[in-house]
Design a protein around this ligand. Structure first.
Ligand code: GLV
Ligand code: GLV
Length: 329
């Protein structure tokens, strides 16, 4: 019999339709979020699943999933998946790096520019009919050019931000768990500094690191207190990296200039205190959302699932496993 796979939500039918060539596909029409037991029920009798960042899968969800061998995540971040629990159960996990790097870096830069130059606030002000009150010092913002760009997390997306910053005439600093080879540093004209120095010296700080227990609330009250009072903070990584209570306090108290957020601790809920602040630009987790890139992400996830379940030209060799060593086991 053909393997069965669960397609967690409708995604570009012309692309996910390829799954039907290899599998019996169980489709869900759901656009809402699944409860844990709903996910467990759907995983119980399938060999693979294609999911997005809102499907959370860990030990509880796979407890009854004896056949499950592969989970293909549409997204580069995978804090929705308990990689250790899935790995221990012999489930191969794949994600979608690379195809979204430049689109996501473009958006990170857009959010940085919008926050620093007060784009959202300016637009709200114009639409509210305030232009008649315009004066020479209306909506003064912070410059990007000539100011220092800091990047926390220097993976592919962080390097994309760095290249854009260099193009804007910004000195670029970064911090990462591991320092990058000098050839890579030179390529994106970025200088390695300690976490402490990054906080203190950045005029604009962009977060592009994975969320894990080790990075949870890395940007807390103490970290925010070390940043420049006029600095901009941009988060295109995961909400849990920033302590939002501390962020709200810093933004409201004039201890941080502005923020641009694409991700939140309680997505899709956004805390009312953030909604009430003028010096924060808020977007609904769309950094990779260009049409071409979202299609490329789904296509890569399909390729991963097909190969992980031993079908197609790359059978047994999915292009982008989260843990390449898992393939050897
Ligand atoms: C989206 O947030 C992703 O990780 O791809
Ligand atoms: C993460 O994989 C990144 O590309 O930054």
């Amino acid at each position: 019999p053909r393997p069965r796979v669960w397609l967690a939500r409708p995604l570009f039918e012309d692309i996910t339709g390829r799954l039907d060539q290899h599998f019996e596909v169980v489709r869900s029409a759901v656009e809402d979020r699944y409860a844990s037991d709903e996910i467990a029920a759907r995983l119980r009798d399938v060999d693979g699943a294609l999911v997005t960042l809102v499907e959370r899968i860990g030990a509880a969800e796979i407890a009854g999933a004896a056949r499950l061998r592969a989970v293909a995540n549409v997204g580069v971040g995978h804090d929705n998946l308990d990689i250790a629990a899935l790995g221990a159960a012999g489930v191969l996990v794949t994600n979608t790096p690379d195809v979204l790097t430049d689109t996501t870096a473009d958006f990170g830069f857009a959010l940085l520019m919008a926050a620093a130059r007060r784009l959202g606030e300016a637009e709200r002000w114009l639409r509210a009919g305030h232009w008649g009150r315009w004066s020479f010092d209306t909506l003064l913002g912070a410059d990007l050019h000539g100011s220092t760009l800091g990047i926390l997390g220097m993976g592919r997306i962080g390097q994309g931000i760095a290249r854009r910053g260099a193009g804007f005439g910004m000195p670029v600093l970064y911090h990462n768990r591991h320092r990058l080879p000098q050839s890579v540093e030179r390529g994106c004209r970025a200088q390695y500094v300690t976490f402490e120095a990054l906080l203190q010296r950045s005029d604009h700080l962009v977060l592009t690191l994975p969320h894990s227990p080790a990075t949870h609330h890395l940007i807390d009250a103490a970290a925010l207190a070390r940043m420049k009072p006029a600095a901009t903070l941009v988060n295109i990584a995961r909400g849990g990296i920033v302590d939002e209570t501390a962020l709200v306090a810093a933004l409201a108290g004039g201890r941080l200039g502005a923020a641009g957020l694409d991700v939140y601790e309680g997505e899709p809920a956004v805390r009312p205190e953030l909604l009430a602040l003028d010096n924060v630009v808020l977007t609904p987790h769309i950094a990779s959302a260009s049409l071409a890139t979202r299609r490329a992400m789904v296509a890569l996830a399909v390729d991963n699932l097909v190969a992980a379940l031993g079908r197609g030209p790359d059978a047994g060799r999915p292009p982008t496993p989260v843990d390449p060593d898992a393939l050897k086991r």
